[in-house]
Design a protein around this ligand. Structure first.
Ligand SMILES: NC(=O)c1ccc[n+]([C@@H]2O[C@H](COP(=O)([O-])OP(=O)(O)OC[C@H]3O[C@@H](n4cnc5c(N)ncnc54)[C@H](OP(=O)(O)O)[C@@H]3O)[C@@H](O)[C@H]2O)c1
Length: 250
């Protein structure tokens, strides 16, 4: 099976992985709605898509923490696109606290963007897709959600919960023909990771986007590590006993 995406909403399309996914979808002739807070960045991408002569792009300013605005925006974008067969939730923020630092404000913000915003978008979209018995949702979670990490407790927690949410959606809706894709990237070269010095196995955002779209097109509600080698890392991480894991600086 190879799915074709014709009408997509990309939440978090102003930079990094989301922007690359939107660019590649449009290059295949898909009409894409680009969402995020930085409308200048979104407009630049929309202009590039339009001038390439492939696909169509519309821009919508949106802060994912404005949960109540999602249903009306979803209806409006679906109408403007002429349908919807793919939702990509790529919005995310990461805060890395220093040694001895604990910051509830930052932790709450990560949960609000990385988890609650995703729940606000995926709930009405999966309901729509379940009723139609077709459609794909791509959620960009992270390998960071595999264990509670001392380097970014709030980020790891938000991603672990997002991964669990996507698995629950898959178990609820895949029997109705909805394709729920959980994506767990390792290091991807984007503005989010620009300040990180050591990035083993880092890949460009364009490579991450093409691997993600290839996995989504295969259907079958996969859960994938990007690139695939991170599966082995995740297996090792999962099996390190807690009393040893707390001694490791990752
Ligand atoms: N880069 C990596 O190594 C890596 C690894 C694993 C997972 N991930 C995940 O991949 C996803 C994309 O990250 P990236 O690396 O591409 O980072 P990025 O370039 O910083 O992109 C983050 C995106 O999230 C959007 N966003 C942040 N806060 C938002 C808000 N309140 N409302 C709406 N959109 C918001 C940003 O748009 P605006 O600022 O315009 O709102 C931007 O489009 C994230 O979920 C991240 O956690 C990244």
């Amino acid at each position: 099976m190879s799915l074709t995406f014709r009408h997509a909403i990309v939440v978090g399309a102003s930079s990094g992985i989301g922007a690359e996914i939107a660019r590649q979808l449009a290059a295949e002739g898909c009409s894409v709605a680009l969402l995020g807070r930085r409308t200048a960045e979104l407009q630049k991408l929309a202009d590039a898509i339009t001038s390439s002569g492939r696909g169509k792009a519309i821009v919508a300013a949106h802060d994912v923490t404005q949960y109540d605005t999602v249903p009306a925006l979803l209806d409006s974008l679906t109408a403007q696109l002429g349908g919807l067969d793919l939702l990509v939730y790529a919005s995310g923020i990461m805060f890395t606290p220093g040694e001895g630092e604990y910051d509830f404000t930052q932790d709450r913000a990560q949960v609000e963007v990385n988890l609650l915003g995703a729940m606000a978008w995926t709930s009405p979209v999966v309901a729509m897709f379940e009723a139609r018995r077709a459609g794909t949702v791509i959620g960009i979670s992270s390998i960071a959600g595999e264990r509670g990490r001392r380097t970014f407790p709030g980020y790891a927690t938000s991603k672990a919960a997002f991964t669990t949410w996507l698995e629950a959606l898959r178990n609820k809706a895949s029997r109705a023909g909805v394709n729920i894709v959980t994506v767990k990237p390792g290091f991807v070269d984007t503005p989010m990771t620009a300040g990180i010095e050591r990035k083993p196995m880092v890949i460009p955002a364009s490579k991450a986007a093409s691997l993600i779209l290839a996995a989504a097109r295969r259907g079958g509600s996969p859960s994938v590590f990007i690139p695939g080698q991170w599966w082995l890392v995740a297996m090792v991480l999962r099996h390190i006993p807690s009393f040893l894991f707390r001694r490791v600086n990752i």
